[in-house]
Write a protein that binds this ligand. Structure first.
Ligand code: COA
Length: 146
């Protein structure tokens, strides 16, 4: 059930978020409706969400939680998808990231529809797969006051 069935496309993308991924879904990624399979979108969001934490974690990490995932609008074959991210929380061993996905429709380049938004948490792990503290030195981390 959608609360935003016909959003007006916007002509600009977020300026306070970092572009972490662009990708175009292919026909192999469709579901039975002919739209892009939600699991494919989730996989791309997981990859995109890991980009900013990787800068801080500096080593192995794992996705521990998908806190929220909203499919606001369908994704179509040939859409140019832009994934924007920002870090919303840095904990002792985990980092939470917000990801927003915008589609430029195949026949409407330069206009953007927000198709997905999600919140994911990644944990820094050691060689044994156990949580380890996120290195703090020399970095400005959101939510830490440093
Ligand atoms: C990630 C993993 C190492 C965490 O181990 P754990 O023993 O649960 O770790 P902890 O309970 O000490 O929690 C570690 C951090 O994760 C956070 N966390 C744990 N569960 C969480 C959840 N459900 N939602 C959000 N954050 C969570 C904790 O708050 C903690 O963060 P902090 O140190 O910044 O406060 C372990 O759960 C794991 O290996 N999971 C599988 C990961 C994986 O395979 N991911 C890919 C899935 S396809």
């Amino acid at each position: 059930m959608s609360h935003e069935s016909s959003p007006s496309p916007q002509t600009s993308l977020p300026k306070d978020r970092e572009l972490v991924l662009k990708v175009i879904p292919m026909p192999a990624d469709v579901n039975a409706n002919g739209d892009i399979f939600g699991g494919w979108v989730m996989a791309q969001v997981d990859l995109a969400g890991a980009v900013l934490p990787a800068r801080y974690v500096r080593g192995r990490m794992a996705t521990v939680a998908v806190n929220q995932f909203i499919f606001k609008q369908p994704v179509k074959v040939g859409d140019i998808l832009s994934f924007f991210a920002h870090i919303s929380r840095v904990g002792n061993t985990s980092i939470t990231v917000q990801v927003e996905v915008y589609a430029e429709r195949f026949s409407a380049q330069g206009q953007y529809v927000k198709v997905t938004e999600a919140s994911l948490t990644y944990v820094a792990i050691d060689a044994q797969g156990k949580p380890r503290p996120i290195p703090r030195e020399g970095l400005s981390l959101p939510g830490t006051g440093s």
